[in-house]
Write a protein that binds this ligand. Sequence first.
Ligand code: CUA
Length: 347
Amino acid sequence: MDQGTQRRSYRRHFIIVSILVAIVAIISIVGLWAVPTFPIASTQAITVDWLFDLHLAVIGFLFALVMVFMLYILFVFRRRPGEEGDGDHFEGNTRLEIIWTVVPLIVVLSFGVIGAVTLRDVTAAQANEMTVNVTAFSFGWQFDYPEQGVEKATALKLPVGRPVHFKLKSLDQDVIHSFYVAEFRVKQDLVPGVPTELRVTPNVEGAYRVRCNELCGTGHTNMLADVAVVNQADFDAWVAEQKAAVSPERLAAMGQELHASQGCIACHNVTGEPGGVGPTWKGLYGSERQFTDGTSGVADDAYLRSSILASQERIVAGFAPVMPQNYADVLSDQQVAALIEYIKTLK
Ligand code: CUA
């Protein structure tokens, strides 16, 4: 093969490979973009998804580049029957080496800059922010609204379109939790002793969920909290309801929800079945209790209150002192009252 023929042959291979790379890249990118994800429910999510799609585009192109070149070489330049000689020998190609060093360098540096700008955008303080204090514990969440005067809510209620400034802290000393709502796209770890913050502007009304995003122990999978993004009128009504005096029936219903959401259910059943980690709540109210120190008492309001808030003071005979001791920090007075009202209904 003379030099001119060989050059034309190289050019032909190069054109074919370029076309194949373009086709495979487009199919890969469109395919990656079509993978379903959680819907978007915050303005930060729009920015994050844009950056994510940009990454997927580069990933799709690189995948096509590597796969097409590799498969093309494997098939087109394979050794055919009767071919005994060595292939062509190449030594170095300065132009190619400069291209495959400089182009990736520019791409990586560009992503560094774009990433930094995006991070600045999604963490920027907004006008008219509403503060919500988030407290994580093993294994649950609670939310305080200092501006609205709502304390220790077990679910998150947010008005649509209003920027929220979450201030996060953990009651634990030994594990890391992480505040994450998939539809908001942003997340923040809660590190013991280190207050952290997160900014979210919910922009779509709906029901979502906080899911703890760090493996934090046996209750990790149940470390959930409901999130409701609602219109301003519904939010105001909710705030008013949280602060209003509550009927015993409503309290008992709240207690039933807390029994599940705060993990009481893991140790205290309400069916009276024996063998629980802690005493059953069925028939508990007004019953006679025998304690490990030999004393006894009646399970009245005061007893139930101290059993929740200072559980280690008196242990019911036959049970181990394993109940968490942080409920004075975790539960509001109203929530303790709600649990007691609920226990009263379990006759
Ligand atoms: Cu908290 Cu996982």
